[in-house]
Design a protein around this ligand. Structure first.
Ligand SMILES: [Fe+2]
Length: 345
């Protein structure tokens, strides 16, 4: 295994904080050759330190976070979960996968919370939406995956659904959105504040450059692949991230469309450009997702591993199978040579 220099860049903290982070990550690069656990701890310390110094912001970052990960880093990529309209059986399976994978980092690429209660869409009759319980359940599941995976950090890229809170504030009077909480010096009712995490917790919320969700924020890994929630929506699987990659001139991994595809092409200027859309983990039978007809939606997750300074990605589509005897439908997923199967319904 080769080892590359590790940096956590795009820091907006003090020059002193930047120097200290660089020293820690340089130390990590040396450790990586010696001891995986020591390097995991060093990366954890580097991220925590960056958060403590507000270099990544108070639990949040606005814009595209430039993150350089060392060879050997394992990343779990989880698309649109839409909690509490998530597929419960598939979620159980995903937790088993995370327990086996033991990723260093988890990337949630937006819409992990559905925020149906704050949407402007007409609500179907008898559908009750409680925003606080939606947030509570999202928090509970994120806490679960941090614990069961043993990961050192979650990067939560906000999607258009998390942005519903901000849009709700702007709607009656845009001035409400600019009110500052005196204790945190941050806009009131921002998403990470509502989720109740504190500085030093192993999570960073990635907003768009204007503190909005969904459009503009993301993570650039090793200068090559950008993870975003996504904005462009094309009807054919693979076409949306292809269009995003064209616009960015970089490889793209995205959610948002709920479609599942990967494509690659060679560009004389930038070499290989990859584009991925990772699907979703929602339950199409849930009334919150009642608009999901003939949309080419597909469930899935993905594993990434850094090698040769490049994040290699393996996608794990979820297939539905029907038991011939009982007629029950269960979900199947192949990851790391292991077949995961959910209970049926
Ligand atoms: Fe979504």
């Amino acid at each position: 295994m080769t080892s590359s220099k590790v940096t956590v860049s795009s820091v907006s903290g003090t020059p002193d904080a930047s120097r200290r982070i660089r020293r820690i990550v340089d130390k990590l690069a040396r450790h990586k050759k010696l001891n995986i656990e020591a390097s995991r701890q060093a990366l954890r310390d580097a991220i925590k330190h960056a958060n403590d110094m507000h270099a990544l912001g108070f639990l949040h970052y606005a814009g595209v976070l430039d993150l350089h990960l060392p060879d050997g880093t394992t990343v779990a990529i989880i698309p649109d979960w839409h909690i509490p309209a998530h597929d419960r059986q598939v979620t159980f399976m995903v937790k088993q996968w995370l327990s086996d994978l033991r990723p260093d980092i988890i990337i949630l690429i937006g819409d992990a919370a559905d925020m149906f209660g704050l949407s402007r869409w007409p609500k179907p009759p008898r559908v009750v939406a409680n925003t606080q319980s939606e947030l509570d359940e999202t928090r509970r599941i994120i806490d679960d995956i941090i614990e069961c995976s043993g990961c050192m950090h979650v990067f939560y890229i906000l999607g258009n659904h998390e942005d519903r809170g901000r849009r709700t504030q702007i709607d009656p009077n845009s001035n409400v959105a600019s009110l500052i909480d005196p204790s945190t010096q941050e806009p009131i009712l921002n998403f990470h504040f509502l989720m109740g995490y504190k500085p030093g917790d192993p999570i960073t919320f990635i907003y768009g450059a204007f503190e909005d969700g969904g459009f503009g924020g993301g993570i650039l890994i090793n200068g090559e692949i950008k993870f975003i929630h996504g904005n462009k929506v094309r009807p054919k699987p693979g076409a949306s991230p292809y269009a995003e990659a064209d616009a960015a001139g970089k490889s793209i991994g995205q959610g948002h469309t709920h479609r599942y595809a990967k494509r690659a092409r060679r560009n004389t200027k930038s070499g290989l450009i990859r584009s991925y859309e990772f699907g979703f983990l929602g339950d199409e039978r849930h009334p919150y997702l009642g608009y999901a007809f003939n949309t080419n939606w597909h469930q899935g997750v993905a594993t990434g591993r850094v090698h040769g300074d490049l994040l290699h990605i393996e996608m794990h589509p979820v297939k539905k199978i029907k038991d011939k005897l009982t007629g029950q439908i269960s979900s199947l997923m192949l990851a790391g040579s292991k077949l995961y199967q959910s209970s049926g319904y």
